[in-house]
Design a protein around this ligand. Structure first.
Ligand SMILES: Nc1ncnc2c1ncn2[C@@H]1O[C@H](COP(=O)(O)OP(=O)(O)OP(=O)(O)O)[C@@H](O)[C@H]1O
Length: 218
């Protein structure tokens, strides 16, 4: 079988001098949709940011396509993260936030401007593309963050509670866009508290704070 798109081996993460989870080994395959669940504070955000290569684990390793991120940090470009707190540049417009990410990924300015339009429109933001982030609601900002990650066309898309701020209609729109990543051959990992979101995924990884490192799957 081919290498997983993303995996972690014996991952232990700490924050504030405290162990968040220990000895976690997971695999995420191309075309797979996985929900990460667990109570508040169980480490979902810590797991996703570590899988995205934003911080080194206390021990263990993250691999992209079977290659350790620590050996080839450029592999981070194959993994996109929708941050729980969005991580947008608030003094730029919605379209500019998407364009900046594309330019950082090596696209020219004209390409980036053109590529930003479609995902924003599909997420219901066509009329808000030229609005400053600070002028948008929380739900709209979250959809800009989703559009930015989608536009990058990553091999792996990690999304941290990407529907938390959405009403029912927009939740469906966001979910449809995210789930389509797997149809195109990407791996999708969604941290969520929402059972309905998890039910749309292929399997669930559950973080259980009481038993560090234990995971269950369905
Ligand atoms: N920078 C930090 N300093 C100290 N503790 C931290 C830090 N970041 C996270 N933690 C702690 O790590 C634990 C896991 O946090 P994390 O945000 O990963 O949980 P979560 O499962 O995503 O929670 P939620 O569902 O509320 O978003 C929490 O107990 C949190 O207080």
């Amino acid at each position: 079988m081919s290498e997983p798109a993303l995996s972690c081996q014996s991952l232990t993460c700490e924050a504030g001098g405290r162990e968040i989870f220990r000895d976690l080994s997971l695999e995420f395959r191309a075309g797979e949709r996985v929900a990460v669940m667990g109570p508040s504070g169980s480490g979902k955000t810590t797991l996703l940011t570590t899988l995205a290569g934003l911080g080194p684990p206390a021990s263990g390793q993250v691999l992209v396509g079977g290659v350790p991120l620590a050996r080839d940090p450029s592999l981070r470009s194959q993994v996109a993260l929708v941050f729980q707190s969005y991580g947008l540049l608030t003094l730029l417009t919605a379209a500019e936030n998407v364009e900046v990410a594309l330019r950082a990924a090596g696209r020219t300015g004209a390409e980036a401007m053109a590529a930003a339009v479609g995902p924003l429109a599909r997420l219901g933001l066509a009329g808000h593309a030229d609005h400053l982030i600070e002028e948008l609601s929380g739900g709209q900002q979250q959809r800009v963050a989703v559009a930015r990650a989608l536009t990058l066309g990553p091999r792996v898309l990690l999304a941290d509670e990407p529907t938390a701020e959405q009403d029912a209609g927009h939740r469906e729109i966001v979910l449809t866009e995210l789930l389509a990543v797997a149809d195109r051959g990407g791996a999708l990992v969604i941290a969520t508290h929402d059972d309905e979101v998890a039910a749309r995924c292929d399997r669930v990884v559950e973080l259980r704070p009481a038993v560090r490192g234990a995971v269950g799957a369905r």
